[in-house]
Each structure stands twice: as C-alpha cells, then as structure tokens.
Ligand binder design. Structure first.
Ligand SMILES: NC(=O)c1ccc[n+]([C@@H]2O[C@H](COP(=O)([O-])OP(=O)(O)OC[C@H]3O[C@@H](n4cnc5c(N)ncnc54)[C@H](OP(=O)(O)O)[C@@H]3O)[C@@H](O)[C@H]2O)c1
Length: 219
C-alpha cells in the first residue's frame, strides 16, 4: 500500500519505519529532516513535500503536533479527499492544577480527530496509535504478560478502519475496533490520563482486571 507520512519526527519514524519494513511504499513529506529520516528507515522510503505525501498515500499519517494541524490542513486539505487519514495526535499540556510533585497532563483540546474530520470532510479520518509512546510502536516487543499489545481504532468509514487495522497487524499489533470517530475523543482522554499515571510512576495497566474478571455483562 502507498502510505504518505506527514512529519519526520518520532511517530513518523516509528510508524513509517515499521510500515516500510513490512513492505509498504512510504513517502515522507516534511518541512525538514525528511531525507535523513528516509535514509534511517531505508526500505526504499521516499521523500517529498508535505503536499506530495498527501497525494501519494492511499493512507496518510498526520505525524504532527496539534498546533501544526490548522496550517498543514489549510495547505493540503483538498488533496486528502477520499484518503484514509490516520490521526495519532495528542493535545497534551502540563496540568498546572496538579498537586505538587504529581506530574500530570490535561488536554488543550478535547476532540482533535473530530476537528480534523470537520476540516477535511472528504477524507476518512481514523484515530489510532495515540496511546503509546513512539518508542513502543518502534520496538520489536509486542507481547506483554502473554497479551499482544492492542491498538484501539475509531473511525466512521468501515473500509478505512479496516485498512488501519491491517496496518496495525503489519506492525504485529492487535487492532481493536473502538467505534465511530465521535468516540476518538475518548482515546484522546485515555491517552492524557494514562500518560499522566505513567509519568507519576503508577502502572496504568494495573487498574484494569483481565476481561474474564471484569464483569463486563449487561445488567
Ligand atoms: N512521540 C510520541 O511518543 C507520541 C506518541 C503518541 C502520539 N504522539 C503524537 O504524535 C504527533 C507527532 O509526535 P512526534 O513525537 O512525532 O513529534 P515530533 O518528533 O516533534 O515531530 C513533529 C513533526 O511535525 C513537524 N512540524 C511541526 N510543526 C509543523 C508545521 N507548522 N508545519 C509542518 N510541519 C510541522 C516537525 O517538523 P520540524 O522538525 O521541522 O519542526 C516534525 O517533523 C503529536 O501530535 C504527538 O502528540 C506522539
């Protein structure tokens, strides 16, 4: 599959590198560092402008800070029509109201994926890969305590969600269909909450029982 990666930072390297290694055609479009990243990734990864990456990909990853989205979508939004656009962004800010010595974050914006979809309504926006650190996505370790690392995915277009699920599987991850794009804000909230726990030294994984002990049955 042709994948356009917009941005050349940590997430571009982790996800773009994994997809290139899995046999996908990757083109990195970024305002700087694209050539260096393509050389690091190898596997024939190409580079171009941000607009070229948007046009190249059947799937386009927005590997950008939230603060860059307006500017970039203004420039290339029209070229995303009909494409699957993966939003992996998180709008984190330090939580100024957190008790002293408790590192925590809040969201500067509560529904980024929904805003992207409203900005580029002809694109099929899918939220995914926003929960774990780039280093986790880049790592070869995929199974923790006998469970494969999972990627919750939210999107409205079934074919686009299926494409992103396949791309998660290509990274040896377990996709989990997590509902429509209106639910992406819950993934964004999950990320800011969980990362806060991790930064404060708490094992976020410990707050959940396994499925068979979760009493997840309708009353
Ligand atoms: N890193 C993680 O562990 C992680 C995990 C989950 C989700 N995320 C989310 O993924 C997104 C990307 O994170 P990242 O860690 O890959 O960021 P990063 O390493 O800082 O890379 C950001 C990329 O965006 C580019 N960029 C910034 N402002 C731009 C603008 N106005 N126009 C065009 N390009 C611009 C940067 O270009 P320059 O180098 O030229 O500035 C760089 O290529 C963020 O929304 C982040 O919250 C990150």
């Amino acid at each position: 599959m042709r994948i356009g990666i917009i941005g050349a930072g940590a997430m571009a390297k982790a996800l773009g590198g994994g997809w290139a290694a899995a046999g996908h055609e990757v083109l990195i479009g970024a305002r700087s560092r694209a050539d260096a990243l393509a050389a690091t990734i190898g596997y024939g990864a190409r580079t171009g402008s941000i607009g070229a990456a948007a046009e190249f990909g059947a799937v386009v990853l927005l590997a950008l800070p939230v603060s860059a989205l307006d500017e970039v979508l203004d420039e290339i939004g029209g070229r995303l029509a009909g494409r699957t656009v993966i939003d992996c962004t998180n709008a984190f800010l330090p939580d100024e109201a957190a008790p002293e010595a408790v590192p925590a974050f809040v969201l500067s914006e509560e529904a980024v994926a929904a805003r992207i979809a409203a900005t580029v309504p002809e694109a099929h926006v899918v939220k995914a890969f926003n929960i774990c650190a780039a280093e986790v996505w880049e790592s070869e370790t995929r199974v923790f305590e006998d469970r494969r690392l999972a990627v919750p995915i939210c999107g409205d277009d079934a074919a686009a969600v299926e494409q992103v699920a396949a791309l998660a599987q290509d990274l040896k991850l377990q996709p989990i269909s997590a509902g429509g794009l209106h639910r992406a804000k819950y993934l964004e909230a999950t990320s800011v909450f969980t990362v806060g726990l991790w930064f404060s030294g708490a094992d976020a994984r410990a707050i959940f029982p396994p499925l068979d002990a979760a009493f997840a049955v309708a009353d």
